[in-house]
Design a protein around this ligand. Structure first.
Ligand code: GMT
Length: 375
């Protein structure tokens, strides 16, 4: 199949899922065309059946806001015609599903049929998409996609609750590729980050308000007051400064390393003993799943799709949003007990195997075939 993938090319989960999916499909022999404004971060090398087409939005002084969706829909039309693309898969409803609909209509005008698959990732529904400023356009774009997928049951239910949805929503969870990262433990250089007797706790995100970064550092503060530990914070975003200041002001900043945006997430996870994800909302929690694949138990909030990934009392613990006390207590329970920690590490990786790429990729292919049949 010739498939075009539209996504946000940044470090966010939706971009990671889109990129890893494209890479895996290309490996299976499908021809994959990424169409976005920048080469996706995890798309390291382009190969024979992997292409990247950049969407340019020229600056024009008349526009206060440059019209990205217009440029994207035009680019989609051009690329579909040039490469004979058969299916368009857009990740994140805003504005991708909307631009895809425009492209589909322009192509129809020229006698070309193009099915659209839209994958809903979370904030495009729960935080941004349902805002009155966007709601009508998002609802319309979802209802006019040929097939719709959501990354969790929880997100599917939220979408149905928040919008008037007339399309069936297929749930296809996030996935991890066990062949890529999980076997590289021997390459981990733990000594660079902590002393042998210290526990290592980590967090990876885009440091937006929704991630409750202060809860991460406050939970860690309670941990480090009880046992020797280091906290590794990977990512960049608006809440980083506040978190750094908190650690300074409360006198434990020498135990916390802020690494910024990094392509070394799996190296960090490799030597982590515990992963913290106290998010306000989380449609799935790819970061938690990646940690679990690397044998890292997860202390998370119990919001959104997190209970579909993190199994309470087995792969970690789930607490109410904001329950820093509870998160610290459960963290210490694990970190203080070598045997229990080892058991949870093994469980975490075993549970993550349910979300291995090999079990998920076929579900997307089925959806593409269904979309092709529907037009
Ligand atoms: O987590 C983020 O803030 C990034 C966001 C995105 O759209 O890139 O992630 C969302 O999509 C991921 C991949 O499907 C999910 O695993 C994340 O849970 C989801 N984030 C939220 O719902 C907050």
């Amino acid at each position: 199949m010739k498939i075009a993938i539209v996504c946000y090319p940044t470090f966010g989960g939706s971009g990671v899922v889109a990129t890893e999916l494209g890479l895996a499909l290309a490996k299976q022999g499908h021809e994959i065309h990424f169409i976005t404004y920048k080469q996706p971060v995890r798309l390291e090398a382009l190969s024979e059946n992997l292409y990247f087409h950049e969407v340019n939005v020229p600056d024009y002084p008349l526009f206060q806001f440059q019209p990205y969706e217009l440029a994207l829909s035009s680019k989609l039309v051009d690329m579909v015609k040039l490469h004979g693309i058969e299916v368009l898969h857009v990740h994140y409803a805003i504005p991708h599903a909307y631009a895809a609909y425009m492209a589909k209509k322009m192509l129809a005008d020229q006698g070309i049929k193009l099915p659209i698959v839209t994958t809903l990732h979370g904030t495009d529904i729960t935080l941004v998409g349902s805002h009155p400023f966007y709601k009508s356009a998002v609802e319309f774009s979802i209802n006019h996609s040929d097939c719709v997928t959501s990354v969790s049951e929880s997100l599917k239910n939220d979408t149905i609750d928040l919008f008037n949805i007339k399309k069936y929503i297929n749930v296809i969870p996030n996935f991890v590729d066990f062949t890529k990262h999980s076997n590289h433990r021997e390459e981990c250089d733990r000594d660079l980050i902590a002393l042998p007797h210290e526990r290592i706790v980590s967090h990876v995100s885009n440091f937006r308000g929704v991630k409750r970064i202060l809860d991460v550092v406050k939970t860690f503060e309670k941990i480090v007051n009880n046992l020797p530990a280091k906290l590794i914070m990977v990512g960049e975003g608006p809440e980083k400064e506040v978190a750094m200041e908190y650690c300074e002001e409360h006198g434990f900043s020498e135990h916390v390393k802020f690494l910024g945006k990094s392509n070394q997430v799996f190296e960090v996870l490799c030597y982590s003993d515990l992963f913290l994800l106290p998010s306000e909302t989380e449609s799935f929690g790819l970061a938690a799943l990646e940690a679990m694949m690397m044998r890292v138990p997860v202390i998370s909030s119990n919001t959104g799709g997190l209970p579909e990934v993190n199994v309470a009392g087995k792969t970690g613990y789930l607490l109410e949003v904001g329950d820093v006390e509870g998160m610290a207590e459960k963290s210490l329970k694990l970190l203080k007990d070598d045997v229990l920690l080892e058991e949870f590490k093994t469980n975490a990786q075993l549970e993550a195997r349910k979300f291995d790429l090999t079990k998920i990729i076929g579900q997307y292919i089925e959806v593409y075939q269904e979309a092709l049949k529907s037009i």
